[in-house]
Write a protein that binds this ligand. Structure first.
Ligand SMILES: Nc1ncnc2c1ncn2[C@@H]1O[C@H](COP(=O)(O)OP(=O)(O)O)[C@@H](O)[C@H]1O
Ligand SMILES: [Mg+2]
Length: 265
């Protein structure tokens, strides 16, 4: 008998209702450890809501969510984080008045369970500084070490947020529109960075731009009106007639040279 490892993330028939409105309408998803999955879908499809359900900000109205085989629906965000899931937000969450280095150190200390204990802080200081330096290099902000988060460029802030998200070494990473508001060239560079820093981890990322995800994702999940209508490799999703009908109908295939499809918002 073989022992297959548990799925990194699994959703079983998840529903979420706000008042009278069904936003998530029976979503199933099974993501294997180390898989990179892009969640795409039109505005208002429920992508951020799904992230909020997975990360514990909201409890599902019904259904079950598992992280590494462990039931997490209904748990608090910090509990789910401790169990190995870390997420970024669509809107940047950084300490504006702290430097790059100190934002990363805070994230690392928090992940170590540091609770305002000065002695514990001192015991960890050396390791924390080393890890913060390593993260700064990974997110290519090592020359910006002492710059306040508020004074970084927008793209640098997004990079710092990725650093904060991966600081605790969580095996499962959720990124909500990490490239939102970036130019094409910034986006291309940023996707490469995400690819590097999430190497070996499980990644679920929300994207608007189909072109962006083709270079990054092993699989694409298409969410339309609260339901996942396709979950497959990028090529198969692109060829899926249901996806074309429901989602890519609003899309133009205008860059055949790159094989990219661009969403028209
Ligand atoms: N806390 C909430 N209360 C009520 N409605 C919400 C809440 N959060 C999201 N919604 C609604 O759920 C729908 C999906 O939103 P969202 O998950 O943000 O979509 P997406 O991220 O795919 O653009 C929208 O119609 C939004 O107005
Ligand atoms: Mg959203």
């Amino acid at each position: 008998m073989t022992n297959t490892p548990p799925l990194a993330l699994e959703l079983r028939n998840v529903h979420k209702r706000f008042g009278q409105t069904d936003i998530i309408r029976g979503t199933d998803l099974a993501i294997a450890p180390g898989e990179r999955v892009a969640l795409i879908g039109p505005n208002g499809a429920g992508k951020s809501t799904l992230f909020n359900l997975i990360s514990g900000r909201f409890a599902p109205s019904s259904g079950q969510i598992f992280l590494n085989g462990q039931r997490i629906d209904g748990k608090q965000p910090f509990e789910i984080n401790r169990l190995g899931l870390s997420r970024s937000f669509q809107i940047t969450h950084l300490f504006a008045g702290l430097s790059v280095f100190d934002n990363l150190r805070c994230a690392i200390l928090w992940s170590l369970g540091y609770r305002y204990s000065f002695l514990r802080f001192l015991a960890h200081l050396h390791d924390v500084n080393a890890r913060a330096r390593q993260l700064m290099a990974q997110i290519r902000l090592d020359t910006r070490r002492n710059v306040l988060a508020a004074n970084l460029t927008y793209a640098e802030q997004r990079a710092l947020e990725i650093g904060v998200t991966i600081a605790g070494n969580a095996p499962v990473i959720l990124l909500d529109e990490p490239t939102a508001g970036m130019s094409r060239s910034e986006t291309t560079r940023f996707i490469q960075l995400i690819k590097e820093v999430t190497e070996g981890r499980t990644l679920l990322t929300v994207e608007h731009d189909m072109g962006v995800v083709f270079g990054l994702a092993d699989k694409i999940a298409v969410l339309v009106y609260g339901q996942i209508i396709a979950f497959d490799t990028p090529d198969k999703v692109r060829a899926n007639s249901r996806v074309q009908e429901a989602y890519l109908g609003s899309v133009v295939a205008d860059a055949p040279a790159e094989g990219y499809l661009h969403v028209r918002n």
